[in-house]
Design a protein around this ligand. Structure first.
Ligand code: UD1
Ligand code: CA
Length: 461
């Protein structure tokens, strides 16, 4: 008996008032739909996941790739119709299917597992997850009979003012026996205000047929929040941020002004790390023991070594090894790999380049497409000139090289070990090991020049 998850993600998300399909919207730089599919996987109870796609389906399919199966809903005729189009893919009729809306990103693996288990253990034919919230407007309301059993679900705009007072809502998450799910769906109509096929209408049909419909009342109601517009997206993001930050703080990560700190779902932060305000750490980033990050720093898809200090800086797709200082105002990107005990300081950009240990670029430098050794000093204003307007070229710098201020290294070029480049040089040729390279015009001092120009009086004043 297979256990399926069916995620509904075909809708446009009209209330978002933008073009992107709603379920592709990111929370902390990760699409909503990716959280749902990841949490389904982590619940370890689902055998097969099917996602219903439709509006701009290529965007959703690019996010999820081949981790799930897809059913295509070409016209978005309602949630009931969305489930119907998946019929062929839910082949084990003896199994059960959990239906989840693609706009409920905060539901987690624990809830998914609990609801499914309860459905099986209590031998329900259908289980509806409900919750109570302060402001139920917009949600379907749970109508119970006098004995407290579920009677029906009424959509907000179909509800009477009395029914709108009910604060128990339909979360949009259900588990249903496959055998009865699709036969009930064939009997729903679009005879309602929105002219849509409402999935919620199967409750009435199954009840009339005498099936057992149970409810699972979720206590942590925020997890059931549906994201319908950009405001609710921001609320969901804030909730997620708080939850993630709390867990890191409990694990031994200090956060100064945590409400200004955003940490992605997949980030790993070791103990004894301090994170300062206005900092974003996202993607599959790792921050090792004793590091100090921020304020005003963005780190994405990067690994930060032990005791690194990274202030007011941007680090994307890069690696920084232990005891290095980054910033203020440094930018590491596209596979920068910075060695241990480096200093990448004020207004320094490093792109697609590596450095050995103990290398320093303290101020105003650009290092691009460069392989650089250990104990190298980049003076203020040093630039690897990697681009001629058409192509990018490589720079090689050995160990123990001193690069003076305002040096241009015109790539492709090799600077061998233990060499010294005089300040202000523009080099177009390789520099052999142990050499001094100077490539600048000689200085000429013309005596009494100003006297000749302006006359004796002015100069003497
Ligand atoms: C739905 C429920 C409502 C519940 C709420 C919980 C129905 C009729 N209503 O309302 O009772 O309280 O969720 O958040 O089910 N979708 C499709 N194809 C469609 C229509 C929708 O795939 O034709 C997808 C959407 O992309 C979305 C999900 O189904 O991810 C829910 O649709 P949405 O329009 O947001 O439903 P609600 O009005 O919020
Ligand atoms: Ca919704």
């Amino acid at each position: 008996m297979k256990k399926y998850a069916l995620v509904l993600a075909a809708g446009k998300g009209t209330r978002m008032k933008t073009e992107m399909p709603k379920c592709a919207y990111p929370l902390i730089r990760k699409p909503m739909i990716a959280y749902i599919v990841e949490n389904i996987r982590n619940s370890h109870i689902i055998d097969e996941t099917v996602v219903v796609v439709g509006h701009k389906r290529e965007i959703i399919q690019e996010i999820l790739g081949d981790t799930v199966k897809y059913a295509v809903q070409t016209e978005q005729l309602g949630t009931g119709h969305a489930v119907m189009v998946a019929e062929e893919l839910i082949s084990d009729l003896d199994g059960d299917t959990m239906i989840l809306p693609g706009d409920m990103p905060l539901v987690d693996d624990i809830v998914i597992e609990k609801v499914f288990r309860e459905h099986i253990d209590r031998r329900h034919d259908m289980t509806v997850m409900t919750t109570k919230i302060d402001d139920p407007s917009g949600y379907g309301r749970i109508i119970r009979n006098d004995s407290g059993y579920l009677d029906s679900i009424i959509e907000h705009h179909e509800a009477t003012s009395g029914q709108r007072m009910i604060d128990e809502i339909n979360t949009g998450m259900y588990v249903v026996k496959n055998r009865i799910l699709f036969s009930a769906l064939k009997r729903i109509t679009n005879n309602n205000l929105k002219h849509e096929y409402y999935l919620t209408d199967i409750v009435n049909i199954l009840k009339q047929d005498g099936y057992v419909i149970g409810t699972y009342a979720l206590k942590e109601s925020y997890k059931a929040m549906g994201v319908n517009d950009l405001y609710s997206l921001s609320i969901a993001e804030a909730k997620l941020r708080l939850k993630i930050n709390k867990q890191h703080m409990i694990n031994g990560v200090a956060m100064i002004n945590p409400e200004t700190i955003t940490i992605g779902h997949n980030v790993i932060i070791e103990e004894n790390v301090v994170i300062h305000p206005n900092t974003y750490i996202t993607g599959n980033s790792v921050i090792k023991k004793g590091a100090q990050i921020g304020p005003n720093t963005e780190i994405h898809e990067s690994s930060i070594g032990e005791r690194v200090i990274c202030r007011h800086s941007l680090v994307y797709n890069s690696i920084v090894h232990e005891d290095t200082t980054v910033g203020p105002f440094a930018h590491l990107r596209d596979g920068a790999n910075i060695g241990a005990h480096n200093r990448i300081g004020n207004f320094v950009e490093v792109k697609k380049s590596s450095t050995g240990d103990n290398t320093k670029a303290s101020h105003l430098a650009y290092i691009g497409d460069t392989t650089c050794g250990s104990h190298v000093n980049f003076g203020c204003g040093a630039v690897t000139v990697n681009y001629d307007g058409k192509q990018k070229y490589q720079t090689f710098i050995g160990d123990d090289v001193f690069i003076g201020c305002n040096v241009n290294l015109i790539a492709p070029i090799r600077i061998e070990d233990n060499s010294f480049i005089a300040a202000g040089s523009t080099l177009t040729q390789n520099v052999p090991k142990g050499s001094l390279a100077i490539a600048r015009a000689y200085q000429v001092n013309k005596a009494d020049y100003m006297m000749d120009r302006n006359g004796k009086d002015k100069v003497e004043k």
